[in-house]
Ligand binder design. Structure first.
Ligand code: 5GP
Ligand code: ZN
Length: 112
């Protein structure tokens, strides 16, 4: 989608502090981190949220945990641990309507 902020980052139209990029995913630092390490794992294909995931978009998400693990290793938090979070819809606080997974780490996280 042309006006979607994460599509624009995926296309390279606007800059981001990228950690990993391949043909299907881009991982970059959140612009307003809530934790010492706060990454966003974003499929390049536009999927609005988990509610829009179907068999076709499922392919675009295949391997997302491999990317998450690789990103955690790259920023040095694989050993101490990290939390993966996906906000879906208004009550969860989703503000960017392009599916993404948060990787939160770098400090002790409050129990859920
Ligand atoms: P959501 O609440 O939708 O799950 O999370 C969206 C996240 O995207 C927020 O944590 C917000 O700080 C981050 N974000 C929004 N716009 C940008 C941007 O232009 N660049 C980066 N790096 N992060 C962004
Ligand atoms: Zn998008």
């Amino acid at each position: 989608m042309s006006d979607c902020i994460f599509c624009r980052i995926a296309r390279g139209d606007i800059p981001a502090k990228k950690v990993i990029e391949n043909d299907r995913f881009v991982v970059f630092h959140d612009i307003s981190p809530l934790y010492k390490v706060h990454l966003l794992i974003v499929p390049k294909r536009h999927i609005a949220s988990v509610n829009e995931v179907d068999a076709a978009s499922g392919d675009a998400l295949a391997g997302i945990f491999d990317i998450a693990r690789e990103a955690a290793g790259k920023v040095g938090v694989a050993g101490n641990g990290y939390r993966l979070t996906v906000n879906t819809g208004r009550d969860a606080g989703q503000v960017v309507h392009h599916f993404h997974m948060h990787l939160l780490a770098g400090e002790s996280l409050r129990p859920l």
